[in-house]
Design a protein around this ligand. Structure first.
Ligand SMILES: [Zn+2]
Ligand SMILES: [Zn+2]
Length: 634
């Protein structure tokens, strides 16, 4: 846990989800972030409760890549050339309709060379691509829209017109994104802010696409709430709202999003001891403040009552411990407490869920009491191993945790997951750039969550490269989390393709080499479970670089052989002369992490061998680190 970091933060009851992090709220309420989740970017997005979710159905469009008679860059809809179409939005558009239409026009233009006209349904005619809920909605469109859940969309051709529409405003936008990705080959990787804001996207395939006259797709992610707190999403990627991450801001919290109990009980802050949950005065105070919060935030969907951070236990009084014993878990007193609050506010706030954490000492569900129907549980993966997939039966840490996911899913109707994309232990230890071999399992983990009725996933990520708390290639992780949470059913091949697309574009020819570097380390860990012993703590990260990066040979002598092998890959990367300036910048950002590790590991070796060559390597890597930091501003 990173509560040392938290100590530096003066907490406010800021309800930004990303700001109230389980472990590291250094950038808590940055000016860039919205001040309160109740100030949704999508005013139409308020839903009363979490909708019931099941997987959507999809109709695939056939494309013919091999037919030489077909012209590239060519798009038809129902046999009609794209140049005949007009993009149409409602005369009174929803929040994102105009944006969605602008993206359509822009990327149809870039992919096909055809500039389509854009207008509103007040004056439209001819063949139309209708964006959002327009006056031209047919029964077929209305029927398809009624099947949409969450922020999904319907995409269909009816009467020669193409309709893309969500049930929520942002669903329409996501439908357009999927259209552009699927049919026009647009891959949106985000943006960079160095040396100035630049869009990072490519149009992968230019081929003839014929969208059939009977296209009908209804799609939604089973994960109703998805959020990845990679700051680039808020900053560099702001030019592409929600793209990649397809984030949803559906959850609106009263009373803050996490670690709220001591505030509500008026006994302290995020890092205070947990108050007594069997004390009637505490109960009355919490209830009073919960009601005050709910009055203050009308429209809140959640009120969070959860344990403080940095604590390893709840109240240790006789009564609380008796409940723990009866329930077989320290989560027992919490579930009983929040159930009681939930019951007390149910009548006045029928649409509010009372949420609590299952985190560290409360991971294990109680064996007697079930969460009430208006109680949500947010289970945090801080004790998981990210080297292995969560359902890898040979990983003892994950076998235990996967069991908790399953057990909670059986007793709780509203199960959320709080997980991580960065290396928090490294931050705790004061290292700036911890190696976090955690992105190869993203797909399997999300699939496991979804298979166990998880409908919300929050990914606490690195904050920003400029914070020096990045795990290298955080942009890739944010991208992959976004893709997977939007489409948890993707295959491993698709996941690998997404990874490779991103790496090849974002890092150019260095992409495959960077993956080789990661996989060299990562592959060794997968193959050799003794590496588990070198990882521990919050979100299970590398805690001992020296042994992890193999400073001993089989005879027990100090050796630089393993580090030299990794260094060779980096030398190869820096020998490339094909990279653009932006790609070089991306490579430098990733290199900062390796140089940091290399300086540290070579230094450990040199202190033992006292060899002058080894000492020179330390100096070299410190210089490289300094230079890369200078170039990147990290
Ligand atoms: Zn107590
Ligand atoms: Zn493991």
């Amino acid at each position: 846990m990173s509560y040392m970091m938290n100590l530096k933060i003066k907490r406010t009851l800021c309800a930004v989800l990303a700001s109230l992090m389980l472990s590291f709220s250094l950038t808590a309420c940055t000016p860039n972030e919205k001040n309160n989740e109740t100030a949704s970017t999508d005013p139409a997005a308020v839903t009363d409760t979490l909708p019931e979710v099941t997987a959507g159905e999809t109709t695939e469009v056939e494309t013919d890549h091999d037919d030489p008679a077909l012209k590239p860059d060519h798009l038809t809809i129902g046999g009609v050339d794209i140049s005949e179409y007009t993009v149409v939005i409602p005369a009174s558009p929803g929040s994102y309709d105009q944006l969605a239409a602008d993206f359509l026009v822009r990327f149809i233009g870039e992919a096909t060379g055809v500039t389509v006209r854009q207008t509103t349904d007040a004056e439209a005619a001819g063949h139309m691509i209708l964006v959002g809920a327009t006056a031209y909605d047919t029964d077929a469109v209305k029927s398809a829209r009624s099947e949409i859940k969450n922020d999904g969309y319907a995409m269909l051709v009816d009467g020669g017109n193409l309709y893309v529409t969500g049930a929520l405003d942002r669903g329409t936008l996501f439908g357009v994104y999927d259209f552009l990705e699927k049919y026009l080959g647009v891959r949106m990787y985000g943006g960079v802010t160095y040396p100035e804001k630049q869009e990072m996207y490519e149009i992968k395939e230019k081929l003839r696409v014929d969208i059939p006259a009977d296209l009908r797709t209804v799609y939604y992610s089973p994960v109703a709430f998805r959020k990845t707190s990679w700051t680039a999403v808020n900053d560099g990627w702001a030019c592409f709202p929600f793209w990649n991450c397809y984030n949803s801001s559906e959850f609106k919290f009263a009373a803050g999003a996490v670690h709220t109990i001591a505030h509500l009980a008026e006994t302290g802050g995020d890092l205070s001891p947990n108050p007594c949950l069997t004390d009637e005065n505490i109960y009355r105070t919490v209830l009073k403040n919960v009601r005050l919060e709910l009055e203050k935030y009308p429209g809140a969907q959640y009120v969070n009552i959860s344990q403080t951070d940095g604590t390893s236990h709840g109240c240790q009084c006789k009564n609380c411990l008796a409940i723990e014993a009866e329930e077989g878990s320290p989560s027992g007193p919490w579930i009983r407490f929040v159930n009681r609050i939930a019951n007390d506010i149910k009548e006045d706030y029928p649409n509010v869920l009372v949420e609590t954490l299952a985190y560290t000492f409360t991971e294990k569900p109680p064996k007697v009491t079930k969460p009430a129907e208006n109680v949500a549980v947010c289970l945090c993966t801080s004790s998981c191993c990210f080297v292995h997939a969560i359902d890898d039966p040979d990983c003892p840490r994950n076998a235990t945790f996967a069991g908790y996911v399953k057990d909670w899913s059986e007793i709780c109707d509203h199960l959320r997951i709080w997980t991580y994309s960065g290396n928090f232990q490294a931050t705790d230890n004061g290292d700036k750039n911890g190696f976090a071999p955690n992105f190869r399992v993203i797909r399997q983990n999300v699939k496991y969550f979804v298979d166990h009725n998880v409908t919300a996933v929050y990914v606490e990520g690195q904050q920003h490269t400029a914070d020096r708390q990045s795990t290298a290639m955080g942009e890739l992780r944010a991208y992959l989390w976004g893709r997977v949470l939007w489409n948890p059913d993707m295959t491993e091949e698709e996941f690998i393709a997404y990874t490779n697309d991103f790496m090849n574009y974002y890092y150019g020819d260095a992409g495959p080499l960077l993956l080789k570097y990661v996989d060299t380390v990562y592959g060794d860990m997968l193959d050799n479970r003794k590496y588990n012993k070198l990882m521990e703590g919050h979100s299970y990260v590398i805690c001992e670089y020296g042994r992890f990066f193999r400073i001993y040979d089989t005879e027990g002598n100090c050796t630089t052989a393993y580090m030299d092998k990794l260094a060779d890959i980096w030398n190869e990367i820096y020998a490339l002369d094909t990279l653009t300036d932006v790609q070089k910048y991306h490579v430098d950002c990733a290199a900062v992490q390796f140089y940091d590790i290399a300086a540290s590991v070579y230094s450990t070796i040199a202190s033992k061998t006292r060899d002058s060559d080894d000492r020179q390597k330390v100096r070299d890597y410190k210089a490289k680190l300094r230079d890369a930091r200078e170039r990147t501003g990290l």
